[in-house]
Design a protein around this ligand. Structure first.
Ligand code: APR
Ligand code: PHB
Length: 390
């Protein structure tokens, strides 16, 4: 098999890249390790920056998003019971975010790719990258027990944090930057109406909490927990009690509880791999970087990578331009580091760090006081939350 761009990984980054290339006449094949049902059963964050909404419109996969997505013009940050409201629209010249599940974005992309008869190969096992430093890179994989080969002009590594693409860059070239956090997020999904119209991020002395939603009938809640906690030790009752204790009183009183339909613990990590390209290989999304979920930048950052990378491939194949591909890593990393900074900052502001001393605790309080009292601080937070320009 031959193609122009071999895309490894059929998560949001790989599927969106495939769709944008296909609309611009660039031939591509997506290789995904899992089944489609598995990919569509993963629950991920659901706050979309305007840039991603625009990109989904460009990809012509925005109709359901426009009908069902909820535009949010603000959110609350609470700290030890005090509430600071961020009016995103007022602070950022009318910009907003849209609440729409990542799983739904993925489903819309599959539907569009199906309609266009794009090639997305599921359950491709033992995907391996070869000859990246030649003009003829290849990917080998196994499908139904048969070894297959895909030759391409370029390979896009969109295979998430655990995929093989990043590892194909020689260790002597790769620089990895990492921070791990001494806690995780326990998240639940429940068929209950959200506690409010907008999201609530809460810092409390016993840990962080977040009230989010997927729709008017489906809520998503999180509490900070030790990273080695076992989800089996968290009954629904224990979860709701803990959540309530960390929310401002008015929100705790308004909370509607019910049985959870999903419950899991996720670790928090900040990670960047540099460079994001090597010879004929280009990384995008979680394959190259991870952010902690505070601020919901993971999907949005994958989208800005795909924006830069799709333009670079389209320019190469349709106009013979090489400069966008040559500069891809530098261009993408400049935005990646700003999103890393913001996610790290918001994580530090709102979480309880086990070894934090009193000096650090007072800095955290001062940070929140400053945010509450300074218009400039609110503008800076809003500018980052709605998404930096790309
Ligand atoms: N071969 C083929 N596909 C693979 C392999 C492999 N060896 N390893 C992983 N994959 C697939 C995964 O099954 C997954 O479907 O690559 C895909 C990567 O998707 P994501 O992990 O969703 O990453 P990405 O597309 O970069 O999206 C970033 O999604 O994971 C969230 O927090 C993340 O919100 C962010 C966004
Ligand atoms: C979510 O809805 O899952 C969500 C929302 C905002 C975040 C993280 C997760 O910052």
């Amino acid at each position: 098999m031959n193609t122009q761009v071999a895309i490894i990984g059929g998560g949001p980054a790989g599927l969106l890249l495939s769709r944008l290339l296909q609309l611009n006449g660039v031939d591509n094949v997506v290789l995904e390790r899992r089944s489609r049902d598995y990919v569509l059963s993963r629950i991920r964050a659901g706050v979309l920056e305007q840039g991603l909404v625009d990109l989904l419109q460009e990809a012509d996969v925005h109709k359901r998003l426009k009908a069902e997505g909820e535009v949010h013009a603000g959110f609350d940050i609470a700290f030890h019971g005090e509430v600071c409201h961020l009016d995103l629209a007022e602070l950022s010249d009318g910009k907003t975010v849209t609440v729409y599940g990542q799983t739904e974005v993925t489903r819309d992309l599959y539907d569009a790719l199906d309609a266009a008869e794009a090639t997305v190969i599921h359950e491709a096992e033992n995907v391996a990258l070869h000859d990246l430093d030649t003009d003829n890179p290849r990917v080998t994989f196994e499908l139904n027990g048969q070894t297959q080969q895909l030759s391409a002009t370029f390979i896009a590594g969109c295979d998430g944090f655990h995929g093989p693409s990043r590892q194909a860059i020689p260790a002597s070239v790769r620089e990895e930057y990492e921070l791990t956090y001494p806690f995780g997020w326990l998240g639940i999904l429940s068929e209950t109406p959200p506690v409010g119209e907008e999201l609530i991020y809460a810092g409390h002395e016993s840990g962080f909490a977040l009230c989010s939603m997927r729709s008017r009938k489906l809520s998503r809640y999180y509490v900070q927990c030790p990273s080695d906690d076992d989800v089996a030790d968290w009954s629904d009752d224990r979860f709701w009690e803990e959540l309530k204790s960390r929310l401002p009183t008015a929100d705790a009183n308004a909370l509607v509880t019910g049985p959870s339909i999903e419950k899991s613990i996720a670790p928090l990590r900040s990670y960047v791999c540099e460079p994001m390209s090597w010879n004929r290989l280009f990384l995008a999304g979680d394959a190259a970087h991870i952010v902690p979920p505070t601020g919901a930048k993971g999907l949005n950052l994958a989208a800005s990578d795909v924006h830069y990378l799709s333009r670079a491939f389209i320019d190469y194949f349709n106009k013979g331009g090489e400069s966008l591909l040559r500069d891809y890593s530098k261009t993408a990393l400049s935005r990646v580091w700003k999103a890393e900074r913001f996610s790290w900052w918001m994580t530090r502001l709102l979480h309880c760090f086990p070894k934090q001393n009193n000096f650090e605790k007072n800095l955290q309080s001062a940070e929140f006081d400053y945010l509450q009292s300074s218009h400039a601080a609110k503008v800076a937070l809003a500018e980052n939350y709605v998404g930096l320009h790309y």
